[in-house]
Write a protein that binds this ligand. Structure first.
Ligand SMILES: C[S@@+](CC[C@H](N)C(=O)[O-])C[C@H]1O[C@@H](n2cnc3c(N)ncnc32)[C@H](O)[C@@H]1O
Length: 243
C-alpha cells in the first residue's frame, strides 16, 4: 500500500474514520478488544499497521506499535503524550526509520517505523494484533512468516479485516465504500482519489487467504462482525512449534 496516502491522511485519520464509518469501526474495535480479553489480558503485545495507535486500548504492560507512515507515528506519539506517557530521550533513526520509546509507570510503549513484512523485534509477543491491517500488506505471505517468527509458542494472533462477502447487504456496503466514501472524504479531507484507491482494495481478500498462511495455528474465533464485511479471526500458535 502506498504509504504516502497514509502520510497525507494522518492528521485527520481518526476523525475521517469515525465519520465515513458512522462510528462502526469503533464498535468493531470494541468487540475485538472484548473478545481478545477473554483469552489474554496482559503481556507483550505487537500491534501491526498501528495507524494512530488505537489498539493501545488493550493496555498491556509492554506494547510495540509497528507502523511505516512517519506522519501516523507523529500523531500516535502526541496521543500517547496526552495520555501521560513520557518520551525517553533515546530515539534512534536507523536508515531514516524512527524507533521511539515512551513510558508511564509500569507501562512501556515502543514505536517502530516499519512494515509488517520487514519489522524486527528481539523478543517474541504473547499477542500480535492486526486491526484492518492485512489488506494493506504488499506481501501477505512474507508478513505472515514475519508474524510467525515474532509470536511465542502458545501466543495469540488476533485479526480484524474487511473480507469478500457475497450477501446483498455486504454488496451495498461495498458500493457505499467505493462510491460514497470518496465523495465524503473529498469534502472532508480533500482526498477523494486516495479514498477511491483505498476502497478498491476492500473486495480483494477472503478469510481463507489469511488463515492459510498459519498452518501451525488453531483457529479459536472466526466470525463476522456486526456488519458482515468485517471478519474477526483469533488464532493460537501451536505450543510445540519450534522456530
Ligand atoms: C486502516 S489503517 C490500520 C488501522 C489501525 N490498525 C488501527 O488500529 O486503527 C492501515 C495502516 O496500515 C499501514 N500500512 C501500510 N502498508 C503497511 C505494511 N506493509 N505493513 C504495515 N503497515 C502498513 C498504513 O500506513 C496505515 O496506517
Amino acid at each position: 500500500m502506498d504509504i504516502k496516502i497514509y502520510d497525507k491522511l494522518a492528521k485527520k485519520y481518526d476523525l475521517a474514520t469515525k465519520i465515513v464509518s458512522f462510528g462502526i469501526e469503533e464498535i468493531w474495535r470494541w468487540m475485538f478488544i472484548k473478545e481478545i480479553k477473554k483469552y489474554i489480558q496482559n503481556g507483550v503485545l505487537i500491534d501491526l499497521a498501528s495507524a494512530t495507535g488505537g489498539m493501545s486500548r488493550l493496555n498491556f504492560d509492554k506494547m510495540y506499535f509497528v507502523e511505516p507512515s512517519s506522519e501516523m507515528i507523529k500523531v500516535m506519539v502526541e496521543k500517547f503524550k496526552k495520555q501521560g506517557f513520557k518520551q525517553e530521550k533515546f530515539e534512534v533513526h536507523f536508515q531514516e526509520r524512527a524507533y521511539i520509546k515512551l513510558k508511564k509507570e509500569n507501562k512501556e510503549i515502543i514505536i517502530i517505523q516499519d512494515t509488517a513484512e520487514n519489522f524486527k523485534i528481539d523478543e517474541r509477543a504473547d499477542l500480535i494484533t492486526a486491526f484492518m491491517a492485512f489488506r494493506n500488506f504488499d506481501d501477505i505471505k512474507k508478513a505472515s512468516e514475519n508474524i510467525n517468527k515474532h509470536l511465542k509458542n502458545g501466543g495469540y494472533l488476533a485479526i480484524v479485516e474487511m473480507v469478500k462477502n457475497n450477501s446483498l447487504f455486504a454488496k451495498l456496503i461495498l458500493w457505499y465504500m467505493n462510491k460514497i466514501v470518496p465523495l465524503i472524504a473529498g469534502l472532508l479531507v480533500g482526498m477523494k482519489e486516495e479514498y477511491k484507491m483505498l476502497g478498491k482494495s476492500i473486495d480483494s481478500l477472503t478469510q481463507e487467504d489469511i488463515i492459510k498462511n498459519f498452518n501451525n495455528y488453531d483457529v479459536i474465533v472466526k466470525k463476522k462482525l456486526l456488519f458482515p464485511i468485517a471478519s474477526m479471526i483469533i488464532m493460537r500458535k501451536n505450543e510445540r512449534e519450534n522456530i
